[in-house]
Design a protein. Sequence first.
Length: 243
Amino acid sequence: MQLAQQTNSIVVVPTVPSIPLPFGMWIGGAQMQQGVGSLFLGSQTALNISANQAGYLGTLPQDFILSGHSAGGGLASIAAGSYLANLGAATNNLQGVVMFDGVASNASAFGAAVANLQAANVPIYVVAAPPQPWNAFGANTNQLVSLYPGQFTGVEIVNGSHVDSMLGGNPLIDFAAQLLTGFSPPGATQAVYTLSSGWINDIWAGADPLNPIYGIYGPTGGYVAPGGQAIFLGPTAGIVLPA
């Protein structure tokens, strides 16, 4: 709801199994990743039927941004790459990818997806937590940084938790999640949404990290290579990647 309001977007949140199921029908499965990408090809008929059945009146906008948390970030990025690989001569409606402490279990597939994004000039950003077990010790973030030398890739929340972006719904679930992953510092969740919503609004506006309109990419707004600067966001802080 918050992300939808802050970015004037229709946010679709599917439920995808996180345990390995047969035929790749889970969040880390190649078939699932390719299937998600294929939903956006052509007239997006299946997406519109689903939206109408959920109560949405009208036709969904064709332009879209993919985002996801943890393994969902891996799903979003690889699905984006699959979409571009199968687009052919059709118009590209993918505007960008935003990951929330993303984790892609297949580094080769993630690398191939990023190559497709780069070829199409589609940005991919991450709001990351510091390396910890739940984000595979930052492997996905480090790989993303290595694929964009001297370019903006995202921000790491200082002392952040893997669940920074998930908090604010049910207090009991929030507490249980933090028991597993580590407690989120004050202001971290709001910082995640301040950063991500600004980036998304810039993507919609056609702005970039060097000439931002809404987003924060450095201490004074725009990105300054090679990164590493602190950004203060209320009671918390972030470090421009590489941290």
